[in-house]
Design a protein around this ligand. Structure first.
Ligand SMILES: Cc1cc2nc3c(=O)[nH]c(=O)nc-3n(C[C@H](O)[C@H](O)[C@H](O)COP(=O)(O)OP(=O)(O)OC[C@H]3O[C@@H](n4cnc5c(N)ncnc54)[C@H](O)[C@@H]3O)c2cc1C
Ligand code: FES
Length: 253
């Protein structure tokens, strides 16, 4: 883990209510796995909010990296207000990321809402490693979808919206269709109800191999010191930051 003062390079709109901010931070990009995260101090002086906020790596490009975040409260509003050249204290990379298979395979990525954030970096690395990738995103409506241009061109991008304004209507887990048999591995990130639904659908359809998921809990420290992120799994209590955020879906749901 490195502690670094990252410099803001740019901020752009990802979709309604969500932004992508690029940072220059050489100490935070080397050796980061897809699905790992950084803890960002979302205040200039260590004031309010006092605790750093957790964000997944959205993309990494050399010594620059991007976060994709929904503006939901004080910390993310502060982050959204940073300008080019501003400095932001953060530490990482933290946690255990996704494990991609050695042999080329068919990888299905399933993202719900802002849970899509780590899946673009995952897709970029998977494509580079020779895998075939289908990425599915579920959102409430067309305004809350990451555009297709955000993905490597080799990725087949499938969208599902709750109101049917883009793609089929409903939840993403209701439309896995042919992709679940096609996939040699499944990776997912999203809200807990999406994980519960994913587990139910896959079990019903007889899948035995567990997807890898990235779980979110409130994380005051991010590296195993405060025990504030404990979750229950079928193997006992685990710390989401240190034992995760990658878990096997069927170990939790
Ligand atoms: C490992 C990890 C990776 C994450 N990656 C991303 C990411 O890539 N992009 C992104 O937008 N968000 C991500 N999050 C969630 C992000 O940490 C929260 O959105 C952020 O802490 C909110 O801070 P805030 O000060 O703006 O909101 P607050 O004022 O603290 O809270 C606003 C609202 O958000 C809820 N909230 C706060 N923290 C969390 C949390 N950790 N999980 C769920 N709900 C929360 C609160 O209950 C409240 O309803 C991640 C969280 C974890 C644990
Ligand atoms: S966030 Fe402190 S132990 Fe996990």
């Amino acid at each position: 883990m490195n502690i670094e003062t990252a410099m803001v390079l740019s901020t752009e709109r990802a979709y309604e209510g969500a932004l992508i901010t690029w940072f220059h931070a050489p100490g935070l990009t080397a050796n980061a796995d897809p699905g790992q995260f950084v803890m960002v101090h979302c205040s200039a002086d260590g004031g309010d909010p006092m605790f750093a906020r957790a964000f997944s790596y959205h993309r990494i490009d050399g010594d620059r990296f991007a976060l994709l975040y929904a503006v939901v409260g004080r910390g993310t509003a502060w982050l959204a207000g940073r300008q080019r050249g501003d400095q932001v204290r953060m530490y990482g990379p933290l946690g255990n990321g996704f494990r991609l298979p050695q042999e080329a395979g068919n990888l299905l990525l399933v993202g719900g809402g802002v849970g899509i954030a780590p899946l673009v970096d995952t897709a970029e690395r998977a494509i580079t490693a020779g895998h075939h990738v289908v990425a599915m995103m579920g959102a409430r409506d067309a305004d809350h979808l990451l555009p297709a241009s955000a993905w490597p061109k080799e990725v087949e991008y499938v969208v599902v919206t709750e109101d049917g304004s883009a793609g089929p209507a409903g939840f993403v887990t209701q439309h896995l269709g042919k992709y679940q048999e096609w996939a040699s591995r499944i990776y997912a990130c999203g809200p807990n109800p999406m994980f519960a639904s994913l587990a139910e659908v896959l079990r019903f359809n007889g899948r035995r191999q567990s997807p890898e998921i990235l779980m979110e809990e409130n994380m005051p420290c991010g590296w195993g010191m405060c025990y504030g992120c404990a979750i229950f799994t079928k193997h006992g209590v685990r710390l989401c930051c240190k034992d995760g955020p990658r878990f096997n879906l069927f170990d939790v749901y």
